[in-house]
Design a protein around this ligand. Structure first.
Ligand code: DC
Length: 692
């Protein structure tokens, strides 16, 4: 690969290694010095917890270039903290600390944020209890908060049913802390950062395959751990996002400097090569027992290919499955990922989060109990992605948002800070440097708002004549964007039904008074299933709304000014973040004149008539039936467009889409794209009237 005109970046230090260095440094005899330690949320949470245990840690407030100095207090020198230790979102911190605490004769409460408090702790509590520690759940069973009371421990052999580096490390730390031999077996080889660091600190660790399992043994734990002197290598899992970006969007080769190349972490590299990307790892040196070097990646000339990934391979790339999934969305053919059930108990249920979001942007995906089947596509992708408080979901789709023909809005970009502060800046820089006419200003695309800015609503108004495809399109757009879908026609239908069945009756609808309308008590309720309408407190069934007698009457009712006035605020009240797709006849002109996107759908009258007939569930209509329906629609259109109030009109700033012969999916794609661009293009709101 010729990297002469390539791009070069660095990524933050590995937090998995940093967290171990902090905890083991705190157990060492004397001061450890850890360079290039990232000040990301997870390691900071662990460092603060260690301070709570009486371990001095200097340099935490400085930049990553300032080394951390950890005043190790020896194997069992931690002190009783004054309050519970809050590990926030750090699963590694909570589980490894629980292990180390099992050897300390102190009752210590560990807690975490809402997301961490949902993740399973039973898998570490069970072996620690077998060793002799007391682990009590203070809330729900099996999750944080929990109290660990350690002491003298027994030696055990642990046979794990899942490969988990956190479980393995917790047991190893407990054994080293208590000075007892231990053996941990796992079905597959999980990451070995703890083993390497223990070795670097003077612990003899034996490992190898035994009876079909990977066995890690410490036979003679030493009485003291030597302090650490190391620089943390770049986080391979962070680098992986930019490897993927280069494979998807790069126009020039990309070099990522000083990345950790521990073989238990780099499982993505051979998979990328199978997909057709050009990747090279150039070994440099080792730090704290960890191999490191530069990664070089070039975009595949002929695009990516789908792959099968499963079995043992997944363990070495468990954190990279989100980024593999977005690569798969842009690869030719199918990608099948199996053996990844573990992803369901990460920061989010990552398999579900990936499936939901890939579908939202227009990718076909099947969710398996332990994986995903993704059908790659070259069609433009667009939609709003929900992060579920998960940094890797945010960054994976962020990478995709930086690729050509992808209009993707990440709803909560700030979550990336958990492991990669500066991710969006770096992505924007690279995307801009890579250039190319198909790239939008990249920084604008990641979110409609700056971190911390309150959520705003994007309104998409879809108007058009009957049968132009409004409902199907509006529903699909709303689902892709995670927005509400307001079907204003249904509200006019409900009012029509209510008036027909009231004292007003069909004859006098034109003379209906505001009081009579008030008496209908029209309500719009929102549930996960969508919009529901109530009249006089009773839900109106969809079937009743579509009844022939209502359809015949609704144009008359909706032409009554008092009716339109009465329903105005009700419709406007449907707006809420992240947004609303409002569908009807006067959405862009009267109800939401300031809508972010206005679309006017139209189609050939016969095509509209045919769609209406098929929509009613009748089979293949004859030409005569189509003519008759087209005439009925024509009449309704004329009434709707010629009425005095809120006639069916195309707003001056609306996009006209003629849907004749168009697939619903292309209409949806086009509108979602407009919505994303509108949401991203907006400047942060300014307070008006201030003179500074
Ligand atoms: O979209 P639909 O067929 O369900 O609409 C029923 C009637 O309601 C339609 O004939 C026109 C009227 N309508 C309206 O006047 N203004 C709206 N915003 C939506 C519908």
């Amino acid at each position: 690969m010729d990297v002469a005109d390539g791009l070069t970046i660095r990524v933050p230090g590995d937090k998995s290694i940093t967290q171990r260095a902090l905890i083991l440094g705190a157990m060492a005899a004397g001061e450890s010095r850890i360079g290039a330690a990232p000040r990301a949320a997870d390691p900071v949470a662990t460092a603060l917890a260690l301070r709570g245990l009486g371990v001095p840690i200097d340099g935490l407030d400085g930049p990553a270039t300032t080394p951390l100095r950890i005043g190790g207090v020896g194997l069992r020198g931690w002190q009783q903290p004054r309050s519970p230790l809050d590990l926030r979102n750090s699963g590694t911190g909570a589980r490894l600390l629980a292990g180390a605490l099992a050897a300390q004769p102190l009752p210590v409460v560990l807690s975490g944020d809402e997301s961490l408090s949902r993740r399973p702790m039973g898998r570490i509590a069970a072996p620690l209890r077998r060793m002799g520690a007391t682990v009590e759940y203070l809330g729900r069973d099996g999750v944080l908060p929990m109290r660990v009371t350690g002491g003298a421990l027994r030696t055990i052999r642990h046979d794990g049913s899942v490969a988990s580096a956190q479980v393995k490390s917790a047991i190893l730390l407990a054994a080293v802390g208590a000075g007892v031999p231990v053996e941990v077996r796992e079905p597959r080889r999980s990451r070995d950062h703890s083993e390497r660091m223990l070795e670097a600190m003077g612990v003899r660790v034996r490992e190898g395959w035994r009876d079909g399992a990977w066995a890690v043994r410490i036979d003679e734990p030493p009485a003291r751990l030597a302090p650490l002197q190391m620089d943390v290598p770049g986080d391979f899992s962070s680098a992986a996002f930019f490897l993927a970006w280069a494979a998807l969007a790069g126009t020039r080769p990309l070099t990522i400097r000083d990345v950790g190349l521990n073989a238990t972490r780099t499982g993505l590299l051979p998979v990328l090569a199978r997909m057709g990307a050009e990747v090279e790892a150039v070994g440099g040196g080792a730090a704290g027992g960890e191999p490191a070097g530069d990664l070089l990646v070039g975009a595949p000339g002929s695009g990516l290919r789908g792959v099968e990934v499963g079995g043992g391979e997944v363990t070495g790339m468990i954190d990279e499955i989100p980024v593999l999934a977005v690569l798969a969305a842009r690869a030719d053919g199918e990608t099948r990922i199996t053996g990844a059930a573990e992803l369901r108990v990460k920061e989010s249920d990552r398999l579900a989060a990936l499936a939901v979001n890939l579908r939202r942007i227009g990718v076909d995906v099947e969710e398996l109990p332990d994986g995903l089947v993704i059908e790659g596509t070259r069609r433009p992708l667009a939609g709003r992605v929900e992060c579920f408080h998960d940094h890797r979901i945010a960054m994976a789709f962020g990478v995709l948002s930086g690729a050509p023909d992808c209009d993707i809005l990440v709803d909560d970009p700030g979550v990336a800070d958990v492991s990669f502060p500066g991710f969006w800046r770096l992505l924007a820089r690279l995307t801009d440097e890579a250039g190319g006419p198909e790239h939008l200003p990249s920084a604008a695309r990641r979110s409609g708002r700056a971190p911390g800015e309150p959520a705003r609503s994007t309104v998409v108004a879809i108007d058009g004549s009957a049968g132009a495809g409004k409902s199907t399109t509006a529903a699909a757009v709303a689902s892709r964007l995670g927005f509400r879908h307001l079907d204003s026609g249904a509200i006019y239908r409900a009012v029509t039904l209510g008036l027909m069945d009231s004292e007003v009756g069909s004859e006098a609808v034109e003379r209906v008074t505001p009081d009579e309308l008030e008496a209908l008590a029209v309500e719009v309720r929102w549930t996960d299933a969508g919009m529901g309408i109530r009249i006089r407190g009773k839900p109106v069934p969809e079937k009743a709304l579509r009844a022939e007698r209502v359809t015949a009457m609704v144009s008359r009712v909706s032409a009554v000014p008092a009716v339109r006035d009465h329903l105005l605020e009700l419709q406007r009240a449907a707006v809420r973040p992240p947004g609303l797709v409002a569908e009807g006849r006067d959405m862009g002109t009267v109800v939401f004149p300031a809508a972010d996107v206005k679309v006017y759908l139209d189609a050939d009258p016969r095509e509209r008539a045919r769609r209406r007939i098929l929509q009613r569930g009748e089979s293949d209509p004859t030409p005569e039936e189509i003519e008759a329906e087209a005439a009925r629609l024509g009449m309704r259109d004329r009434t709707d467009s010629s009425r005095k109030v809120a006639p069916l009109l195309m707003a001056a700033d609306a996009h006209l889409i003629n849907t004749t012969g168009m697939k619903p999916r292309s209409q949806t794609d086009a509108i979602v794209k407009l919505a994303i661009r509108a949401a991203c293009g907006r400047q942060p709101s300014r307070r008006s009237g201030e003179s500074d």
